[in-house]
Design a protein around this ligand. Structure first.
Ligand SMILES: NC(=O)c1ccc[n+]([C@@H]2O[C@H](COP(=O)([O-])OP(=O)(O)OC[C@H]3O[C@@H](n4cnc5c(N)ncnc54)[C@H](OP(=O)(O)O)[C@@H]3O)[C@@H](O)[C@H]2O)c1
Ligand SMILES: *[C@@H]1O[C@H](CO)[C@@H](O)[C@H](O)[C@H]1NC(C)=O
Ligand SMILES: *[C@@H]1O[C@H](CO)[C@@H](O)[C@H](O)[C@H]1NC(C)=O
Length: 325
């Protein structure tokens, strides 16, 4: 019995894959693979309870970074999953890295700290590791555009960091010109992260190189782009059975999904991949035993069409809309 238990324990430990860590520009360390919990691709059969279970399976598989947002409506379930994993002794709070995001209806400086406190309450945490401005444009309670500069919102983000409600602060969906705005203020805190869409049809070569050169880490969301549930008959390639992707999968003895995720990792982008399936959760993080070479990176980048799966197109024309250029 004891032998069997030891065997099981060793076997599980061997299966878990811990992602490497990157040191952010503020000195904090971030695991370079995150579980996505956004609901954009959730099937009708998927419930919020599945998010809690996914978080627990992810932690068992070695994930130490969870990505959520107030607008996802699942911070409570994310918090429950983390709490259960801690209670089971799988992990400590200090070992976990939790990212959440400020929604656009709370962009006035004095709304930021209260919004984060509400997120923390839902998460059941007394701090998050990373708090992001989810989108550069501001809206009112009814979703109508407001002309609030994200530099004003940023002052609120700095307040939150100063109050130790978050270890790091960053931005999401900001374009390169907007990223440069944060460098003008000599006394301000530089964003630690910009979380943006990165996948084969939206390679983001220019934005990523700007951010990395400025010491701003890039988290890549929707890494599977049009390869998964949003695909339609006329969606652009690649598919998981694309010859280039399957050839690389054979070469590295990996799955096509792992090749796509590794393409982000090999470009120093931190993948944020969503799954609520136990097997796919474990598959997705198991990408750190190889790196694609420069030619292979470039070959996958040839799929780039500067085409987004997340375009917030209803907000086109709102002040600070980021996707016009
Ligand atoms: N900052 C932002 O504005 C923003 C915007 C969008 C997303 N995000 C974040 O990024 C995360 C990921 O993006 P996403 O949810 O849009 O899409 P995604 O991670 O690219 O794709 C998720 C879809 O892929 C499927 N899938 C996962 N692993 C797979 C595998 N190994 N093989 C085949 N299919 C697989 C999932 O189904 P199963 O669950 O059934 O496995 C789901 O349908 C979000 O959850 C969210 O945390 C942030
Ligand atoms: C938004 O505010 C800025 C600066 O206060 C101003 O220059 C700009 O014209 C305003 N835009 C709109 C659409 O009101
Ligand atoms: C935040 O944490 C730092 C480091 O532990 C501490 O020195 C500081 O007093 C804390 N600030 C607040 C407002 O709690």
């Amino acid at each position: 019995m004891i032998v069997l238990l030891l065997f099981c324990f060793g076997f599980n430990a061997a299966l878990a894959v811990l992602a490497p860590v990157v040191t952010l520009n503020d000195g904090n360390k971030m695991p370079i693979f995150a579980l996505g919990t956004g609901r954009g691709t959730a099937k009708e059969t998927e419930s919020l309870e599945d998010v809690k279970q996914a978080v627990i399976w992810a932690i068992e598989a070695g994930y130490r970074h969870i990505d959520t947002a107030s607008i996802y409506g699942d911070e409570e379930q994310v918090g429950q999953g983390i709490a259960e994993a801690i209670a089971k002794g799988l992990v400590t709070r200090q070992e976990m890295f939790v990212t959440t995001k400020l929604w656009s209806d709370r962009h006035a400086r004095d709304q930021v700290v209260p919004a984060l406190k509400e997120s923390l309450k839902r998460l059941g945490l007394d701090y998050v590791d990373l708090y992001l401005i989810h989108f550069p444009s501001a809206v009112d309670d009814e979703g109508k555009p407001l002309n609030i500069s994200y530099l004003e919102t940023w002052k609120g983000m700095e307040d939150a960091k100063r109050q130790n409600l978050t270890k790091s602060i960053g931005i999401s969906n900001f374009n390169a010109a907007q990223v440069y705005d944060f460098l003008d203020d000599e006394h301000g805190i530089r964003p630690a992260v910009n979380e943006v869409e990165v996948n084969p049809t939206h390679a983001q070569e220019v934005l990523i190189s700007h951010c990395i050169n400025l010491g701003i880490a890039v988290m890549g969301y929707s890494p599977f782009g049009y390869m998964v549930s949003r695909k339609s008959a006329n969606a652009p390639p690649p598919r998981f059975d694309d010859p280039l992707i399957t050839e690389l999968a054979a070469k590295y003895k990996k799955t096509p999904a792992q090749i796509v995720l590794n393409w982000l990792y090999s470009r120093d982008v931190i993948p944020v991949a969503k799954s609520v399936n136990k097997k796919r959760i474990a598959e997705n993080i198991d990408i750190f035993d190889f790196r694609l070479n420069d030619e292979e990176i470039a070959a996958i980048a040839k799929f780039d069409k500067n085409l987004r799966v997340i375009d917030f197109k209803d907000w086109k024309g709102y002040p600070y809309y980021p996707f016009d250029y």
